[in-house]
Design a binder for this molecule. Structure first.
Ligand SMILES: [Zn+2]
Length: 280
């Protein structure tokens, strides 16, 4: 599932191709996405110049010259690719934008959990996608103090609380596991018991894991150029995620004694952690 770094990678890949270009044609497929483009989508989008592209949490936002905003969410399996040649359509292509540069931007989504909205660019904060969304980790509103206060008010385990998009936008299961590992905090620790010092470590760890993943995404963008241009999924080395029973990334612990990285379920999600490095 795409998380913030994957969505940022898609944005970084799309921006050079889309920014300033005019959408000359739009194809909307027949199969329904979780939120399909509205019926009047094409009439508002066709002929418009794309004046700005940005990311908010896990959403992409394209602002058009007429003031409209297209909002994309990649759902579970969505991806974009850029086709220079007009190339052949693929199974699960649900939406495409043909630009005046000849490039075609194609949205593909096998599981169809993706969402596409059209709204007014100046009312984005009130849109249902964003009205209850917490600060983006890279925004000025996200600070060690903010994180401490937000956790202090909550009773649940810190791992589960961090997944709440109303608290922090764009953090998903993988990077929460990784950030808690770097900060040395046990995933089952009560959010309200996280100290100010731990919140500061956690704040730094969140930015560190996201920045490092975005860097991996950047190198994957370069590597994939010329293949089929699909963006947003890349290999990244994790310290604990997916490493059940193995030594964690920076551990000196003896796996034969400790059993290595542990896997538990929290609120229906997999949590990977190191029982040696992460303390309640
Ligand atoms: Zn370890």
């Amino acid at each position: 599932m795409p998380e913030l770094p994957e969505v940022q990678t898609v944005l970084n890949g799309l921006s050079p191709a889309m920014s300033g270009s005019v959408i000359e044609a739009v194809m909307v497929g027949n199969q329904k996405l979780r939120a399909a483009p509205p019926p009047d989508f094409i009439s508002h989008v066709k002929g418009q110049r794309i004046v700005n592209l940005s990311r908010r949490g896990k959403y992409l936002v394209f602002i058009l010259e007429n003031g409209k905003a297209i909002i994309h969410h990649l759902g579970m399996s969505g991806s974009f690719r850029i086709s220079d040649t007009g190339g052949s359509a693929k199974l699960h292509d649900h939406l495409s934008y043909t630009l005046n540069t000849g490039k075609k931007i194609i949205y593909n989504d096998p599981r169809r959990f993706g969402m596409v909205y059209l709204t007014e660019g100046d009312g984005l904060n009130e849109h249902k996608a964003f009205i209850n969304m917490g600060p983006d980790p890279f925004s000025d509103d996200f600070t060690p103090d903010y994180l401490y206060e937000a956790l202090a008010k909550r009773q649940g385990p810190v791992k589960t609380v961090l997944l709440n998009q109303a608290l922090i936008a764009g953090l998903g299961n993988i990077y929460v596991c990784e950030a808690l590992y770097l900060a040395g905090i046990h995933p089952e620790k009560k959010a309200g018991k996280v100290t100010r010092k731990q919140a500061t470590s956690l704040y730094k760890a969140i930015l560190q894991v996201l920045e490092s993943a975005i860097k991996s995404g950047g190198s994957s963008l370069r590597d994939h150029k010329g293949v089929d241009g699909t963006m947003g999924y890349f290999q990244h080395a994790f310290n604990v995620y997916g490493k059940k029973g193995q030594a964690c990334g920076m551990c000196e612990c003896d796996v034969s004694k400790t059993g290595g990285v542990k896997l538990i379920r929290q609120a229906g999600r997999s949590t990977f952690f190191c029982g040696q490095k992460q303390r309640i």
